[in-house]
Every structure is written in C-alpha cells, then in structure tokens.
Design a protein around this ligand. Structure first.
Ligand code: ASP
Ligand code: MG
Length: 401
C-alpha cells in the first residue's frame, strides 16, 4: 500500500468551494495510486462559526478548566472532518471520518499542549485497506487515561506528520494558502521567493524563528523517520517546497548545492535583560529563580560577571520585578526583535558574519546581541529596525535572484 498523507489547513476547508479543491487533490492522489489519509484543521479563522478561535471565544472569561477546553476545541476539527467526508462522498469517493482518538493518536495528559507519545494506526490501516479515504480530525489525541487532549495551536501539522511516520507514508503534504516556504516574510520582502527545497534542519530553524507555514514539532517528527514533507498551496498546482534530509542528491538532482543562506526570519516582541553577576548573585541563582517563576528565557549569553538574555515582552515586567525583588541588578531593553539568517550551507564557510554585519551597518541597524548555530546566525535588533534588517539581509544574500 502506498500511503499519502494530505493535511489541509483551516483556510483550505472553510467554504464549500474550498472543499471542492480538497476533493480534487484527493482524487488526483488516488488516481496516482495512493491510499489517502486526509488530516483537517478546524474550518476558517476567528469569526467563522467553528474555527478554533471562535470556539475559544465561547468560553472567554469563564473558568471551564483545561480538560473541558480541550473537549470543546477538539470539536472544531471533528466538524471539519465530517463536512469534508460529505464532500468526498458526494464526489463518489468512499470516506470515513475519525477523531484523533479513533485514529490512534495517543498523547501525554498535558491539556492544551499535549505531546504525541505513540500512534496506533491499525484502524486507519484497516479503513485504507477497505478502499476508503480516511479523514482524521487534526490537533487532537487521547491520553492513556482516556482524556481528549489537544496538541497546541497549529497542531494539525503534527497529527499529519505523526500519521505519516506511523503509516510509513511516501510523503506528507501540508496544504496551505501560500505557495510554500518563502525566503522571508512576503509582507516584509515583496520579492521573497518560494523555496523549492529545504532541509528539515533549515525548516525547523525557520519555523521556530517566525516562519509560520508549519508547526516545528511536525518537522521534527517527520525528520526522525525521514518522511518527505511538501508544503504547497491548495489554490494552485505549484509544487511548493520539498523538505528533505540533506542538501545531497535527492531523486537524481543535487539540492541547493552551493546555497549559503536559505532564508531570513524575524520574531518581535522580545525584551533583553542584562543582569550583573557578583559574588553572591551567581548565574545559578538567576536561572533557577527564573525557572521557579516559570519564565522561559532565550538567546542566552553568559559571561563571568554578566548574563544577557531575552524574554517575551509579555512576561518582561513580571521577570524584572521579581529579579529586582531578589536583589539583582538588571538593565532592561524592551521591544527587541530577533532576525536570523538560516542556511545549512553556511557551515564552515568564512565571511557569513562579515556579510551580515556589513549589511546591517549599511542600514544603521545596531546589533544588540548575536548568537549562532551551524545553520543560523541570529541578531537581536530594535523592533523598530526589524523590517529594515530583514530586507537588508535578504538583499545581501541575493535571495530574490
Ligand atoms: N485548529 C487548530 C489551530 O487553529 C489547529 C490547527 O489548525 O492546526 O491552532
Ligand atoms: Mg497551521
């Protein structure tokens, strides 16, 4: 059995005409000889009657509790799945809708952000063997205690990747309303290009650092078993972006051979904290205190007498107040943004940092902090300079070419 998993986001299943496009994609895959599993998100965005945010609004200000909230949210994807089965059957395709639990998505018990711990795909397999299109409600699972859980916002991608792995699918296709992964946010860089191929590592970095086309956890899951991912548009036949293991030869073509930088990402809403470390106030005291307050830190640079890191603007005031209360000497810089150049090809190549520093200096963008890994160089800048910085780096690495 050749299995293809096709995941459709909320905007791809919102209206009847959208669902017709989904039916066409499923038909095409079946004609190509695939057994098809379709994973759906809830229909539409906030305001649409059964969108996730609309369901959340129903209980805004109420104390229903995390368990009940997950029960409510899981309904959005189930409704979407049933309606899509209707459209598939109308087109003469045998189809069945399964909830996450029925599809064997077993999670931990962490309501609102559960992790998939295993997939029991027997039921899905049986349905496929019987010749049916299996429509699975995304973004949800069931815990060992039998509780319905959800996987965190954007979690339908994760459902699709997990099913792809469990069913040893030939590929997982993530259908969305953009043509694929871009070299930068197209709202900032008008001539950002659609990338034809990226590696799992690059996509993971890009997804964690602000590119919103796919949930990073989905990429991690697919990477583990090397299941090819494709990000593509429901609205046209553009092949989109193929995600593969390495820049080596894939299907006879050399991928991204001498590409140094793949894309530029940005995330705003960060506050930089600089904390003096003296005799009694050690790094251990600082980070243990922040951990005990449940404050997540990022972009951490540690020196013998100073720690520099960022927190989300949302928790900055709380972090600052509690650190000062503990007697720490803290300097704050709110409204920062992280801009990153990502590319698996930069490893061991001299001059990448030089190019970044040059491009930002030309635009008079001050670098407040930087860090790097083997696929990324991050710079912290003033949020007011973020867009200018993204455009400067995009230009510097000739990503529109
Ligand atoms: N409907 C959920 C959300 O809006 C899950 C998803 O769309 O992937 O986050
Ligand atoms: Mg999504």
């Amino acid at each position: 059995m050749r299995v293809l998993v096709q995941k459709f986001g909320g905007s791809s299943v919102a209206k009847a005409e959208d669902r017709q496009r989904v039916v066409q994609q499923v038909l095409k895959a079946r004609q190509a000889g695939y057994s098809v599993v379709v994973v759906v998100s809830a229909m539409g965005r906030r305001g649409a009657p059964y969108a996730t945010d609309t369901l959340l609004d129903l209980i805004a200000g109420q104390e229903v509790g995390e368990r009940e909230k997950d029960l409510l949210l899981s309904c959005g994807e189930i409704i979407s799945g049933v309606v899509l089965v209707g459209a598939l059957k109308e087109a003469g395709l045998p189809a069945v809708c399964l909830t996450g639990a029925q599809a064997g998505i077993i999670t931990d018990g962490h309501f609102g952000d559960a992790r998939i711990i295993r997939v029991e795909p027997q039921r899905v397999r049986r349905e496929l063997e019987a010749g049916r299109v299996v429509v699975v409600a995304g973004f949800q699972g069931v815990s060992a205690e039998g509780e319905i859980t959800t996987l965190g916002r954007g979690g339908s991608d994760t459902t699709a990747a997990a099913l792809g792995v469990a069913l040893e699918a030939e590929a997982v296709e993530i259908f969305t309303d953009v043509d694929g992964l871009k070299t930068a946010d197209p709202h900032i860089v008008e001539d950002a290009k659609t990338l034809r191929t990226v590696t799992y590592n690059e996509l993971c970095q890009l997804a964690y650092e602000g590119a919103r086309v796919i949930h990073p956890r989905a990429v991690e899951i697919a990477r583990e078993k090397n299941i090819p991912l494709r990000i593509r548009s429901t609205f046209n036949d553009d092949p989109g972006t193929l995600v593969v293991a390495s820049q080596a030869v894939f299907g006879g073509t050399r991928i991204g051979g001498d590409r140094l930088i793949t894309g530029i990402t940005n995330v705003g809403g960060l506050t930089q904290l600089r904390v003096k470390l003296t005799g009694e106030k050690k790094a251990r005291d600082l980070f243990c205190h922040l951990a005990s307050e449940g404050i997540s830190v990022d972009f951490i640079n540690l020196f013998p007498d100073e720690a520099i890191f960022t927190v989300s603007n949302k928790v900055a005031e709380r972090a600052l107040a509690s650190l000062r209360e503990q007697g720490f000497d803290v300097e704050v810089r709110p409204n920062c943004a992280k801009v990153a150049a990502v590319g698996a090809g930069m490893r061991g190549v001299p001059g990448v940092m030089a190019a970044i520093v040059t491009a930002l200096a030309q635009e008079e963008v001050a670098i407040l902090q930087s860090a790097d890994s083997y696929t990324s160089i991050w710079c912290l800048v003033d949020e007011a300079h973020m867009e200018k910085a993204v455009r400067a780096l995009h230009r510097q690495f000739k990503l529109s070419a």
